[in-house]
Design a protein around this ligand. Structure first.
Ligand SMILES: NC(=O)C[C@H](N)C(=O)O
Length: 308
């Protein structure tokens, strides 16, 4: 393969139409950023991390700036990175006041003997690694505050607001020209979650997975369902058993919804470089780059293209 394959998502769920364009702008910017970084570094890990950081900076998404609020009105963020060569992984959960949880997950992968760090200890590690602290005011958007108010007013039922209950988790997966793969996912979780709630996103096999011998995946959607179903791992199993990524992603999400409820979406690349996009939610923002063309969409059956 002469070109890398890069796929991103900007969250699955009940996304109001008014949010489509900001999400398109964000996912297209993320793909372009990833492409530039890949050209400069030849590192698919750097490229996908950069794509996720680009969306963490963009308040159209529920990750980094724009993260949703827990029941106490706080932001607790989570992220996972996994590389497919040696199946190394790094995760964080319950982190506060940093701009790029995905960068911290990478530090866990590369600078500790562990996979997963949590809460204030993860924040202490961030300080040690030289991460700057950002204020709650920077991370907390009016959309996130409105979403929590609406959630509380409705007696704790999921409400579709401008940003939905938790839509807008972000992910980027990629394969370089040597077949090396990576998976990156970052989120603020779901609006009105209990303080300390851990979602699917930082859990390998649920929020993402990566193995150069099979493929790479990032998921999004109702995390408590995704975690119970081990959605990323289930989709890997389907590909290992010969399903093409498009079918594996869609059937994986549909089977999760049928078995445990909730809805989800997934982006997938197989070891052959084939791309799969699937979601059982009403929408998922996705985009991928292949042969100089960006393909993207958000509604079922929507398939748009634009030059890089
Ligand atoms: N929109 C999302 O993907 C939310 C995330 N999966 C969570 O439940 O924490």
């Amino acid at each position: 393969m002469n070109e890398p394959v890069i796929v991103v998502h900007g969250g699955a769920g009940d996304i109001p139409d008014s949010r489509d364009q900001p999400k398109f702008n964000g996912i297209l910017a993320a793909i372009r950023k990833a492409h530039t970084v890949y050209k400069n570094t030849s590192s698919i890990t750097d490229a996908c991390q950069a794509a996720v950081e680009c969306m963490e900076d963009d308040e159209a998404f529920n990750a980094g700036r724009g993260s949703v609020l827990n029941l106490k009105g706080e932001i607790e963020m989570e992220a996972l990175i996994m590389e497919g060569k040696d199946m190394k992984a790094g995760s964080v959960t319950g982190v506060k006041n940093i701009a790029h949880p995905i960068a911290l997950a990478r530090k866990v992968m590369e600078n500790t003997p562990h996979v997963f760090l949590m809460g204030s200890s993860a924040n202490e590690f961030a300080s040690k690694m030289g991460f700057e602290t950002v204020s709650d005011d920077y991370l907390m958007t009016i959309h996130a505050k409105t979403a929590l108010n609406n959630f509380l007013k409705s007696g704790g039922q999921p409400v579709t607001t401008e940003i939905g209950q938790g839509v807008g988790t972000v992910g980027a997966i990629g394969m370089d020209t040597n077949g090396h793969m990576v998976s990156c996912t970052s989120t603020g979780g779901i609006t009105g979650k209990m303080a300390g709630r851990v979602g699917d996103t930082p859990v390998p096999g649920a929020g993402g997975y990566c193995d150069n011998n099979i493929g790479t995946i990032s998921t999004t959607g109702h995390g408590d369902s995704i975690m119970r179903y081990c959605l990323a791992q289930k989709i890997m199993n389907r590909m290992e058993n010969g399903e093409v990524p498009e079918i594996a992603a869609q059937k994986g999400c549909d089977s999760m919804s049928a078995r445990v409820g909730g809805s989800a979406g997934a982006i997938v690349i197989s070891k052959k470089g084939e791309v799969g996009i699937g979601f059982s939610s009403s929408k998922m923002a996705w985009a991928f780059l292949k042969d100089g063309i960006i393909h993207y969409g958000i509604k079922k059956g929507q398939y748009l293209t634009v030059a890089l």
